[in-house]
Write a protein that binds this ligand. Structure first.
Ligand SMILES: Cc1ncc(COP(=O)(O)O)c(C=O)c1O
Length: 288
């Protein structure tokens, strides 16, 4: 694992040998952003969309993009090519760089670029067939969840709340309305439609937010982004998570209560099943 190749500031080297200075602003302030790109069969899924979000995150925190899209692609491919076989995740991170500690953004710093590849850990067959448990929590994070920041302490604390309860995720509410989970977007199904919260500064725009709209169109499922009250989540027919690793995943227990109604109470629902199938079909077509 530690002998796998990573990329650091222009060099490819074994992960165990990669070192950054302690004054790197990523280490000192969490002053940086990241991306996680899934790789299926050696090809990068929704690469253009991931690059567009990387560009947005960088612009929002005023770090110049150190590479062109072609350069990012070339580096991703080199790392992917080095790790044979199974599906993978490319992790890439850009921090503002190394400088004497001062909150103010120094001018003219060279950003630190780090990239690594890890094997993908997909959901298990049991998780897909039975669904997963989640807990709810107040969204106590900062108000710029739209930036894919490496400062993840709030998300770490939220995810740990769920781990302490043996659950997969913490589904969060701000002022009584659904935002997202610690490391996933959250969806509900109501009267056959897939509903998610509106795009805002409180929610990361997951790459699957637009992807699910496309898949819903393909499957003839209504799709709408609108404010979702906590009561709507608890009364939903289905609750789903989406993320690069989870793809789409059914939530069948929320705070210990079964999700859904009637015969499907506590079981993955039909909208999940159709979106999961559509997702699998999309992989080859949307990878480069
Ligand atoms: C806080 C948060 N929201 C949403 C997502 C889902 O985003 P994506 O679909 O791009 O993986 C993630 C992914 O890790 C996340 O960390």
């Amino acid at each position: 694992m530690t002998s796998t190749l990573c990329y650091l500031n222009g060099e490819y080297l074994p992960l165990a040998e990669a070192k950054v200075g302690v004054l790197d602003r990523g280490f000192i302030f969490g002053d940086g952003i990241y991306e996680v790109v899934p790789v299926y069969g050696g090809r990068l899924f929704r690469f253009g969309e991931h690059m567009a979000r990387l560009e947005r995150s960088l612009a929002k925190i005023r770090i110049p993009n150190p590479h062109s899209r072609e350069q990012w692609l070339e580096r991703c491919r080199r790392l992917v090519g080095d790790s044979p076989g199974q599906d993978q995740m490319v992790y890439l991170q850009v921090t503002r760089g190394v400088a004497p500690r001062d909150h103010v953004m120094p001018v003219g710093l060279t950003p630190t670029v780090f990239m690594m590849v890890n094997p993908m850990k997909p959901a298990t067959a049991e998780q897909r067939h039975q669904g997963v448990a989640c807990v709810t929590a107040r969204d106590f994070r900062w108000e710029r969840g739209d930036i894919k920041s490496i400062s993840l302490l709030g998300n770490v604390l939220a995810r740990q709340i769920s781990a302490d309860h043996g659950a997969m995720e913490a589904i969060m509410f701000r002022d009584g309305f659904l935002t997202e989970a610690a490391a996933s977007n959250v969806w509900i199904v109501h009267e056959g439609a897939l509903l998610g919260p509106p795009k805002s500064e409180h929610v990361l725009e997951g790459i699957r937010v637009d992807l699910l709209r496309e898949l819903c169109e393909e499957c003839g499922i209504a799709y709408n982004l609108r404010p979702i009250a906590e009561a709507d989540v608890r009364a939903a027919d289905e609750v789903l998570l989406s993320s690069a690793t989870k793809e789409v995943l059914p939530v069948t227990r929320l705070d210990g209560e079964p999700v859904g109604h009637g015969a499907l109470r506590g079981k993955p629902g039909p909208v999940y099943a159709r979106l999961y199938e559509a997702y699998q079909r999309a992989k080859p077509a949307m990878s480069i």
